[in-house]
Design a protein around this ligand. Structure first.
Ligand code: ZN
Length: 251
């Protein structure tokens, strides 16, 4: 409780300094009203010291909402603040202790696919859940700033996206995990190995592979998968590519 209070205080100071006090307060209120521990909702950092690619939103054109399943959103291909898919639906198999009602959603096609993936894992004896799917611009703003307040912006940006630069805003991706476990605890588990080997069968790719950090700009994330459809997922996985390489967009 004490940690939560301290975290909240730092967060509010940081967000107020950025002129986002009101949005932060609204998100805060939403999280608390849903019984979410804020320090937990912000997910755990404990992370790394890898490639830092600093960008600012002003450097790149903003993309507006699209239904393109292959839309590329990364540090150099950001989206507008009001980018919201119109077919977000709630995924049933979520970790209830993580995020908000909104972050339990994905675009309909991806939501159906993640349910099938979770069912497929269960058939093989593994219990998986979705941690967070869709994240609004303001939620990502909250998340990034909470990391940055604790660990500094540069380090935060190796594993957390700035608002507008997060693929989560498209609704096409999600973080998976083991119910009740922390985010990075997923690494090196049989469940993570199962996801890496099988997610393409459900139309997903492992979005931030260990050997591609220079291209993606993010550390290896065993938990972050992106829906691209079966055919593309199979091709990308077979050829060991990133979405950037598949699309030929490396700038
Ligand atoms: Zn993610």
């Amino acid at each position: 409780m004490k940690l939560k209070t301290i975290t909240l205080f730092i967060l509010m100071v940081a967000l107020t300094a950025c002129g986002r006090g009101r949005e932060a307060a609204q998100i805060e209120q939403q999280l608390v009203s849903e019984g979410v521990e804020v320090s937990q909702a912000a997910e755990e950092p404990e992370v790394p010291q890898l490639p830092v690619m600093e960008t600012s939103l002003e450097d790149y054109p903003l993309q507006t909402a699209t239904d393109d399943v292959l839309v590329l959103v990364n540090k150099t291909h950001p989206v507008t603040r009001d980018y919201v898919a119109d077919d977000l639906v709630t995924v049933e198999h979520c970790d209830p202790s993580v995020g908000t009602a909104d972050t339990k959603k994905m675009r309909k096609t991806a939501a159906d696919a993640i349910e099938q993936l979770i069912a497929g894992a269960a058939q093989d004896g593994y219990t998986l859940c979705m941690r967070t799917g869709y994240r609004s611009y303001d939620y990502q703003d909250y998340l990034f700033n909470s990391y940055a307040a604790s660990y500094g912006e540069a380090e935060a940006n190796t594993y957390s996206a700035r608002p507008g630069q997060s693929e989560h805003q498209t609704g096409w991706c999600c973080d998976v995990g083991i119910p009740g476990w922390g985010l990075t605890a997923f690494d090196d588990t049989p469940e993570a190995a199962w996801v890496a080997e099988n997610c393409w069968k459900y139309g997903f790719i492992l979005r931030y592979p260990a050997n591609k950090t220079d291209i993606t700009g993010y550390i290896y994330e065993s938990w972050h998968i992106r829906y691209v459809g079966l055919e593309v997922a199979e091709y990308i996985t077979e050829n060991g590519l990133t979405l950037e390489e598949y699309l030929g967009i490396l700038d």
